[in-house]
Design a protein around this ligand. Structure first.
Ligand SMILES: NC(=O)c1ccc[n+]([C@@H]2O[C@H](COP(=O)([O-])OP(=O)(O)OC[C@H]3O[C@@H](n4cnc5c(N)ncnc54)[C@H](OP(=O)(O)O)[C@@H]3O)[C@@H](O)[C@H]2O)c1
Length: 209
């Protein structure tokens, strides 16, 4: 399976680090190709390469969008995502971190699905701080959870499998419209981490008994 990661910043490089430890091949791409090349060189794994955004998407089974939410409309108008499983990691956080720019009756994931009508959009990984990846996905003996929401069942299953193989405990979070709740959950995580002093080695989890 070929995974394209668009965006090689905090999250893109963290996901590349994690998927670089699986048998998947990872194509890392960015706005400025040089940024992706630097990250790929630093990670120095045979299964990670830096390519252009167009080439990354063309060769991918799964495309992970790890850019600011606002960048997606630009990508949508220049790149063909038809038929691809597209994983939306974005959180539409306002520039001053005072909250989310959209929500309640829509979500970044649903807006991205509208921008990419021929893709199968899946929300995942958005509640995981980038800093988590390098230190591993285990928290006090438990695997980190990631919540996976999508309307296309096969696409959702692909991402659940991918996440589990990378070391997550992937949780089926229902329809794509549940991104309306997953994005505020990520914002609460940011609030705990930065405003309430818990730091970035935290993660939301659903417990059952
Ligand atoms: N940081 C976290 O802990 C975290 C956790 C969960 C979700 N997220 C979400 O993940 C996304 C990325 O966050 P981040 O912290 O990784 O941001 P970041 O470090 O600023 O990285 C953003 C990346 O997006 C690329 N980019 C920007 N505009 C682009 C465009 N028009 N086309 C293609 N690539 C573009 C940048 O490319 P260049 O460097 O080449 O300019 C950069 O590689 C955001 O939506 C954020 O809400 C972040």
């Amino acid at each position: 399976m070929n995974i394209a990661i668009i965006g090689s910043g905090n999250i893109g490089s963290g996901l590349a680090f994690t998927f670089g430890q699986t048998a998947y091949s990872v194509s890392l791409a960015s706005h400025h190709e040089e940024s992706a090349r630097q990250v790929a060189n630093k990670l120095a794994k045979d299964n990670i390469s830096a390519v252009s955004i167009a080439d990354a998407v063309k060769g991918a089974d799964v495309v992970i969008l790890a850019t600011p939410y606002e960048a997606i409309s630009n990508l949508a108008s220049s790149i063909d995502f038809s038929g691809k499983v597209v994983v939306d990691v974005t959180n539409p956080v306002k520039a001053d971190f005072s909250g989310l720019s959209i929500g309640f009756d829509t979500s970044a994931a649903e807006e991205i699905q509208t921008l990419l009508p021929k893709a199968k959009v899946v929300k995942a990984f958005n509640t995981v701080f980038a800093q988590v990846y390098e230190q591993g996905l285990e928290f006090a003996g438990n695997k980190a959870q990631t919540f996976v929401a999508a309307d296309d069942d096969a696409a959702k299953q692909t991402v659940l499998t991918l996440a589990n193989e990378a070391g997550f405990d992937a949780v089926d979070a229902g329809a794509l419209s549940n991104a309306r709740y997953l994005e505020p959950l990520a914002y609460m995580n940011i609030h705990f981490g930065y405003m309430l002093g818990k730091g970035t080695q935290i993660i939301p989890a659903w417990l059952s008994r």
